[in-house]
Design a protein around this ligand. Structure first.
Ligand code: ADP
Ligand code: MG
Length: 308
């Protein structure tokens, strides 16, 4: 049985946390304590978000641009996959050893193909990197960047969030998994690339990690996808009167709730879309819950399960 686990940004860095490396290692180690027991029964692929980390990489690049070369966003995503892959890999290896499970772990730098004609490129919405003043925003606009006023005040660069079309390294990941290796892949939704002619080329965009994870799960014929975030279950009327947590629903019901507007675009929406995509392309089951409840949820005793 092959299980793809998509780890939310919150499992590694919560909003209230000091965003340093020690804190991230501590949180990652905690998440791995919950995930490691699953390695006894399942083949595993772990994917993860990278919001705060890629933001910090872009900030460094910008602040140091007089001394060191600047990084385009696609290279920054690649860097975040290295930084975070290293951390997850080490925490997982330590935990496997502690539990006496003999499995090796390997991070795969993952490129994800998008279309240059994706409508998202005409309407960039995803904020990335540093906050700017009005004057800086004007200068950057002059250089061709799309800068928008941020909800938290100030200005930020916004980039497209195009739909993932193909995971370039899917076959490499599949081979690792088949030989018993736990793969860490698709970090931050993958390094965005497109195909001019027959080549691959990086492009500045941010791919949703849940949608990329569902596509990877499909391409490697995973059985189950698990989305680990900071809520125990999915709810309808979330945070409103009439809120009701869901235990088990069909993909059809999930689609209906989605159409009724229960799952917002920036958070639960992509997770439900990812679940529906995976189930309609051969996946058996999707579970959405917190890392602490992962083991229980696989037994059907926690979390929200979405079935075909
Ligand atoms: P991650 O970093 O794990 O991808 P997100 O912040 O993108 O996390 O999404 C998880 C968040 O979605 C939860 O913290 C919760 O506040 C929010 N959310 C929005 N709608 C719902 C819903 N209908 N049911 C449960 N959580 C929801
Ligand atoms: Mg998210």
């Amino acid at each position: 049985m092959l299980l793809v686990i998509a780890l939310g940004g919150n499992a590694i860095l919560r909003k209230k946390d000091k965003p340093d490396i020690a804190t991230q290692f501590r949180n990652t180690a905690r998440a791995m304590r919950h995930i490691t027991p699953l390695a006894k029964k399942f083949s595993l692929v772990i994917t993860h978000g990278n919001g705060p980390q890629v933001g910090a990489i872009l900030l460094r690049s910008e602040a140091a641009k007089k001394q060191a070369y600047e990084l385009p966003l696609h290279s920054a995503v690649a860097q975040s996959q290295g930084e975070m892959g290293y951390m997850i890999q080490q925490c997982l290896e330590n935990e496997l050893r502690r539990k006496g499970i003999r499995k090796s772990v390997s991070t795969v730098l993952t490129q994800v193909v998008v279309s240059k004609n994706d409508p998202a490129f005409r309407n960039p919405t995803k904020p990335v990197g540093p906050y700017y003043t009005r004057l800086q925003a004007m200068l950057l606009r002059g250089k061709g960047f799309v800068i928008a006023k941020d909800v938290h005040g100030g200005y930020r660069r916004v980039v497209a969030s195009p739909r993932p079309k193909e995971i370039v390294e899917a076959s490499a990941i599949n081979k690792l998994v088949k030989s018993g290796v736990i793969a860490i892949a698709c970090g931050g939704g993958g390094i965005p690339v497109y195909r001019p002619g027959n080549e691959l080329k990086g492009i500045d965009a941010v791919i949703d990690k849940d949608l990329a994870s569902a596509l990877l799960a499909k391409q490697i014929s995973a059985d189950i996808m698990m989305i680990l975030t900071d809520v125990p279950k999915v709810a309808i009327n979330y945070g409103k009167p009439g809120q009701r947590f869901l235990n088990k629903i069909t993909a059809k019901k999930a689609r209906q709730y989605m159409e009724e507007g229960h799952f917002p675009a920036g958070s639960m929406g992509p997770k439900i879309s990812a679940a529906i995509n995976f189930l309609s392309s051969g996946g058996k089951k999707v579970i959405i819950t917190k890392p602490e409840l992962a083991e229980k949820a696989l037994k059907g005793a926690a979390g929200t399960t979405i079935m075909r």
